[in-house]
Design a protein around this ligand. Sequence first.
Ligand SMILES: Cc1cc2nc3c(=O)[nH]c(=O)nc-3n(C[C@H](O)[C@H](O)[C@H](O)COP(=O)(O)OP(=O)(O)OC[C@H]3O[C@@H](n4cnc5c(N)ncnc54)[C@H](O)[C@@H]3O)c2cc1C
Length: 420
Amino acid sequence: MKDVIVIGGGAGGLAAAIETHQSGKDVLLIEREEFLGGILNQCIHNGFGLEVFKEEYTGPEYADQFIESFLEEKIDYLLDTTVIGLRKENDVFFVKTSNEKNGIQFFRAKAVVVSTGSYERTRGQISIPGDRPYGVITAGSAQRYLNIDGLLVGKKVFILGSGDIGLIMARRMKLEGAEVLGVAEIMPHSNGLTRNIVQCLNDFDIPLYLSHTVTEIIGDDNHRLSKIKVSKVDELFKPIEGTEKTFEVDTLLLSIGLIPDVTILDDLEVEIDQRTKSVKVNQAYETNIEGLFVCGNALQVHDLVDNVTLESQRAGQAVNRLLDKGKGDLSRSISLSPGHNLGYVTPQRIDLDFKQEFITLSFRSSKKMEKATCKVFQNDELIFEKKLFFVLPAEMETIQLPFDKIKSDGNISVELEVKS
Ligand SMILES: Cc1cc2nc3c(=O)[nH]c(=O)nc-3n(C[C@H](O)[C@H](O)[C@H](O)COP(=O)(O)OP(=O)(O)OC[C@H]3O[C@@H](n4cnc5c(N)ncnc54)[C@H](O)[C@@H]3O)c2cc1C
């Protein structure tokens, strides 16, 4: 029996494993790829680490800082090993990714930290009409082909969705000699970080078509993508007749959102939050199943890796506390939910017996707001507020809610308001 099994060797898993091992726990990390670092390995642009290191690193450089500490700690790990599922009592079932001859094996742990990252939405999830040619690929897959395997997936490219991966790939494809004809975004605002709009599109004269979407995909006789049609949409996201433009392209990159990957928890009765598309957790990142923790992009999609690291360190500290001191009274909990102008908020539950100085609340606004104030209500009474000034759905916000402001009963709602 292990003290802790960490699933996933990206920024989240590495931080949680280091944190628990440093407090003397017997830790095993399981990663399905042949290398540690997760998605950071394919993010060769810079912009990582400003918060944690006060310095700007590339993705692989940021990952290396943690891989080095992880290896120095001499933490046990298995690479090329895929976790296929979990059972109650924290049994972790896994197979060798490239060679299944040993069959399915399992380890049991006192606590399990799931940090399996996220996956990309694909064409099937937004039902674009038209042919099914090759040349339609997610932006993250194109990034992996280019930055890890050295393969350029196309030469005349259009991008659907202005999430960060799409914006970064627009610049990357251009730098590699491809023609990037534009980026279409169905929302009236971009879903990427402002700095990426400036540095990846504006600096390279790549047009951004806001309130536009791809309405048809057309293949040639060789089943390769040859054209796409793009239309303006109305407030209900319906294409407006007469606004159609045709682009001759061989590649359409889809950057239409990431979804937390908690598929390995499908067999467990874990409470799900339909807003985050992941599990519900308390302030210790523990699910409703005792000893099962979730953090990083598996819990909520983060735009900044620094927040993944900090969140996963907090999850690791909570695991240490659970293993060292045991569980408090689980019945004394209150729920936390998003109110006006919030897309979601985590954690979704506060356990009153898990006391700490501050609780980190993470959330996204549902619209762009200037001079916004985040207000926390309990039983309709304002218990805490913080000015945020400028918020965007594309940028995750965090606030520190002092624990002593929370009363012992009454659920909590978090809202954003604009001061008039
Ligand atoms: C294209 C892109 C650009 C970004 N740009 C920036 C930026 O400029 N600045 C910034 O700060 N942040 C950026 N981010 C965000 C940040 O890099 C990520 O949020 C962070 O690295 C996610 O870490 P993670 O550990 O949660 O997930 P991941 O890095 O995805 O790690 C999850 C790991 O779990 C493994 N795994 C999954 N399932 C299993 C399983 N069943 N069994 C075993 N292992 C499994 C995966 O192989 C992977 O290694 C970017 C993200 C992307 C995708």
